[in-house]
Design a protein around this ligand. Structure first.
Ligand code: PLP
Length: 433
């Protein structure tokens, strides 16, 4: 399998090259040259397949000959070694809980898969690979945990001091070993600027092999297809395919779902639930794409003003607006509606969602008003405890801390404090050579 650049100015590359380099030299995103169709035998055996078997079968065509079968099986089984339960919340609405991984975020799957692929690929590069990531919260924790102790890979995470939640900060700063946390005196944008500058610095490139663990990397994007297969395996009413609603920011997750359905997975319709950052909602209404500056909301992992994966969605639909519109709807949900949705779900159904899930539940309710006969699955992308500071005042209760996190609260934060100054950052990187 080869991957071409969506900007079409760079040569096609295999999965290994696409993973190591992340983005194409022409700044396009890598996209598979063809979308594999799943054989009918797959769906005959589907009901009794293990998660590992499903994941392996789905991803195998995408990695081509870059990873031997036994190695890929190991990588995949380490990627999906926690549950993905489908929980009934209302008569016709189910939640697929994607937050049972080590950092309680759905990004765990992409980060675990990518880290292990990269770990395999760097074995024949003589230099150590340094992964740089800027995070506003969730990505950093998933990447830190995913890459922890992976041989030959050093990870440096930049986060804005005082601007991530206390749980998120502990997830970044307590691992040690090959994970280093830089606590930057500045904003998320400052962190991102430092990382971007480092990637274009020729002098650094002579000394270090730098790469990013950014969400556009094919090795983070493609394994997200697994969720949709795991959901369908647990779906009882096989006569009626589910509508699937995804809380969306950079649109990587929902794009993976659209890819899975293109491969043959039965999904009736997709809903992209957006917060006030409603670029795609407007696009689907008007056909005109207008990026905007992002605005801050309660569902902050979705505060994206120019969703980078949208170009991949257009590729799936051959740039045909009308066929895209037939498969995808989008709703924009305000903070006030998010709060109402979260409280209602808890009061009426005893289900505690996080703010991102609450956005998606509100969107699904809008959709079901129009199509009352349908049944839907909402992707619940984070555990509510990660956002306890906004969730607890809404429900006037404490959110119980899951076992996986309890130990974390006792650990000691270790970070390197740094001004948002490129010369300082560069020296620090060079000193690690
Ligand atoms: C990253 C994130 C999203 C958005 O996912 P995209 O793939 O960027 O659309 C939604 N919810 C949570 C909790 C996230 O961390």
């Amino acid at each position: 399998m080869l991957y071409y650049s969506t900007s079409r100015q760079s040569p096609s590359v295999n999965f290994k090259e696409a993973t190591i380099h992340g983005q194409a030299p022409d700044k396009g995103l890598y996209f598979p040259e063809h979308i594999p169709a799943l054989p009918p035998s797959f769906f005959e055996e589907f009901a009794t397949m293990s998660r590992e078997e499903i994941a392996y079968t789905v991803i195998r065509p995408y990695t081509g000959d870059t990873i031997p079968d036994a190695e890929l099986k190991r990588i995949v089984s380490e990627t999906v070694n926690f549950p993905f339960p489908l929980v009934q919340v209302e008569d016709n609405v189910y939640a697929l809980e994607l937050y049972h991984g080590p950092t309680l975020a759905f990004k765990d799957v992409g980060a675990r898969f990518m880290s292990r692929c990269l770990g395999y690929f760097v074995k024949d590069i003589r230099k150590k690979v340094t992964v740089l990531v800027a995070t506003s919260g969730d990505t950093g924790g998933a990447v830190a945990s995913g890459f922890y102790d992976v041989d030959g890979v050093d990870v440096i995470i930049l986060y804005p001091s005082g601007k991530v939640s206390s749980i998120q900060e502990l997830q970044l700063t307590t691992l040690g070993k090959n994970i280093t946390a830089l606590e930057v005196d500045g904003s998320f944008d400052d962190c991102q600027d430092l990382v971007k500058k480092a990637f274009t610095d020729d002098e650094l490139a002579q000394h270090l092999f730098l790469t990013s663990a950014n969400s556009i990397n094919v090795a983070r994007w493609l394994p997200q297809q697994f969720y949709y297969f795991f959901a369908y395996q647990q779906w009882k009413d096989k006569e009626h395919a589910p509508v699937v609603c995804v809380p969306s920011g950079n649109f990587g997750n929902i794009c993976a779902g659209l890819l899975a359905s293109h491969s043959g997975l039965p999904v009736k319709h997709f809903i992209a639930a957006c917060n006030a950052n409603n670029i795609i909602t407007s696009y689907l209404q008007t056909g005109a794409y207008a990026a905007k500056k992002s605005v801050a909301t309660l569902s902050n992992a979705m505060d994206v003003g120019n969703p980078s994966n949208f170009v991949r969605i257009l590729e799936i639909f051959d740039q045909q607006f009308s066929s895209l519109k037939n498969r995808l709807s989008s709703y924009s949900v305000s903070d006030l509606e998010t709060i109402e949705s979260l409280i209602q779900l808890y009061r009426k159904h005893g289900y505690l969602a996080d703010p991102h899930g609450a956005v998606a539940f509100h969107a699904v309710h809008q959709y079901l008003k129009q199509y009352p006969g349908d049944k839907a699955i909402v992707l619940e992308t984070a555990h509510p405890v990660k956002f306890y500071d906004v969730v607890e005042p809404m429900i006037h209760e404490k959110v119980p801390i899951p076992g996986a996190i309890k130990g974390l609260l006792l650990q000691k934060k270790i970070s390197i404090k740094m001004d948002a100054d490129y010369a300082v950052f560069k020296n620090l990187l060079l000193s690690r050579e």
